[in-house]
Ligand binder design. Structure first.
Ligand code: CA
Length: 509
């Protein structure tokens, strides 16, 4: 292909090289700009003279200050710009540019499993939850037996899943921070895709007792310890324990096997968005396409979650004006403040976010990464803010605070979501057992290199072969197909399911 760069905003003085394999010194773009040096794909080229000390602009925003003078056609390496300070939190505009209420989008449906509490499943799974890490290998052993010996007799059940994690004991269970992992695991243990009704395996002596994990809640099927709980320290050895789990599983499989998909409005979807292994294309291809699909979902009445605090912190001044009310904006700022303090307590700040892979992919720093990351949130008003561990049930675009770490963010969003969208530039085989994870690539080169891992390619936006709008619509339809079980993600095809990693900011004992 001919030399091509992607400039996001008319104010920008840098653009990114679109060509796979990068460009060589002397290569010229159609507008006459000629490269003074070779530049890899996704890395930044200067479009104008930039004196030392001048701002470097991408997305129309300052992503750093030039540490040297540039001529047009030079490569802006990460060392050639300084990291600006984060936007101060005390004078942000509150709900000053709220987008108009989006025009409703009607008539879109998916085939899902309706639960008594009104939630919708996108899978029909036997979930066996655990109160503590000690029992995880035992439950995983039992689940392998269930999958081999019992599941074939229950064709309407998609899978049996061990809901295992690293939490449950050796922690300060009453410390304020403990609320987050306990609430997250409690919500996951009553997930819509397991009909809100888990079997529970406990050790017996752990701090996270079953009643604390699953407090009585009239919205969910009654948790009957006599039927639904197996305590290992009450059983006579390993074989007896496994036999007890299999007996309980067989009874529950008989109930789950009665469930059928029915036609449900798209408003029953709760879609979690996150990115991982981002590159400089993420903010111009995958994330804007996801943002467009997010706006369609919001218009259809669905719930869309975005989080990843360290990846919105530097773009917070672009988000608080979009909040539906000043109170929502203040809640968003509170989540930024909380995370600033959390990072400071560990002698770190938001700059600790970027990875070597982000930098290889052309992202110079966290400011540039954040400006690309927030494109996932589309253009809808931010209707509500949820704190870490809180379950989201209200419709619209919701900021649900989470770390940016892929497996922790995914675990936290799993407390609420029944669909997950994951954008990536560098690539990740990430997946979750309980919900479908659609992996969207920012570059076609990645989709071509990983045809059996990437579900959806948005890279053609960079080369002008597709638009954000058309790609967003395609993704919206793909989400409905996956949610309905008509199509399967690659992660589910291969069974690539990452362990849960609840966020525990509390002390360990
Ligand atoms: Ca992430």
């Amino acid at each position: 292909m001919d030399p091509l760069y992607v400039k996001v905003d008319p104010r920008d003085n840098v653009a990114i090289v679109a060509n796979p394999g990068g460009l060589a010194p002397g290569d010229s773009f159609p507008d006459g700009l000629t490269l003074r040096e070779g530049i890899p794909q996704a890395h930044k080229v200067t479009l104008t003279c930039i004196p030392a000390g001048a701002p470097i602009l991408r997305y129309g925003q300052i992503i750093g200050i030039a540490t040297k003078s540039f001529s047009p056609g030079e490569w802006v390496r990460e060392d050639f710009l300084t990291l600006p300070p984060p936007p101060p939190l005390d004078h942000l505009p509150l709900a000053t540019a709220v987008p108009p209420a989006p025009e409703p989008l009607t008539g879109y449906t998916f085939e899902g499993f309706l639960n008594p509490d009104g939630s919708a499943g996108t899978k029909n799974i036997l979930g066996i939850t655990t109160t503590v890490q000690c029992v995880a290998p035992t439950v995983e052993y039992a689940v392998r037996r269930i999958q081999a010996e019992l599941l074939p007799r229950f064709p309407h059940v998609d899978d049996a899943v061990a809901i295992t994690h690293s939490y449950g004991c050796g922690v300060a269970i009453d410390a304020p921070g403990a609320r987050i992992p306990i609430a997250t695991l409690g919500h996951i243990s009553r997930h819509a895709n397991i009909a809100g009704s888990p079997l529970v395996v406990s050790l017996g002596c752990e701090k996270l007792q079953p009643a604390r994990l699953l407090p009585a809640d009239p919205a969910f099927p009654v948790f009957d310890p006599d039927q639904d709980l197996i305590r290992l320290q009450d059983e006579r050895g390993f074989a007896e324990t496994v036999a007890a789990i299999l007996r309980a599983a067989e009874r529950r499989l008989g109930q789950l096997n009665q469930r059928r998909r029915t036609t449900l409005p798209a408003s029953r979807l709760i879609v979690g968005l996150q990115c991982g292994g981002s590159d400089a294309f993420s903010g111009v291809t995958a994330n804007p396409a996801v943002g467009f699909a997010s706006d369609l979902l919001v218009r259809a009445g669905a719930t869309v979650l975005f989080g990843e605090v360290t990846e919105v912190r530097d773009a917070i001044h672009l988000l608080t004006p979009r909040c539906a009310t000043p109170d929502v904006a203040r809640a968003l700022i509170r989540e930024m403040q909380w995370y600033d303090e959390y990072l400071a307590s560990g002698a770190a700040d938001r700059a600790a976010n970027t990875t070597p892979g982000n930098k290889r992919g052309g992202l110079s720093n966290i400011v540039e990464k954040a400006l690309g990351s927030i494109a996932k949130s589309g253009r809808s008003p931010i209707a509500a803010v949820a704190s870490h561990g809180q379950k989201v049930t209200s419709p619209g675009l919701v900021f649900a605070a989470s770390p940016a770490s892929d497996f922790i963010c995914g675990t936290q969003q799993l407390a609420s979501m029944n669909m997950h969208i994951f954008t990536t530039g560098e690539g990740s085989p990430y997946g979750l057992a309980l919900v479908p994870v659609i992996k969207v690539s920012s570059r076609s080169a990645l989709a071509e290199k990983w045809p059996d891992l990437i579900d959806f390619d948005s890279g053609r936006i960079a080369t002008g072969q597709a638009t954000i709008e058309s790609t967003g619509w395609d993704l919206f339809h793909f989400i409905l197909d996956i949610a309905s079980g008509r199509k399967k993600t690659w992660a589910d095809h291969w069974g690539l399911h990452n362990p849960l990693a609840p966020f525990n900011p509390g002390p360990v004992t």
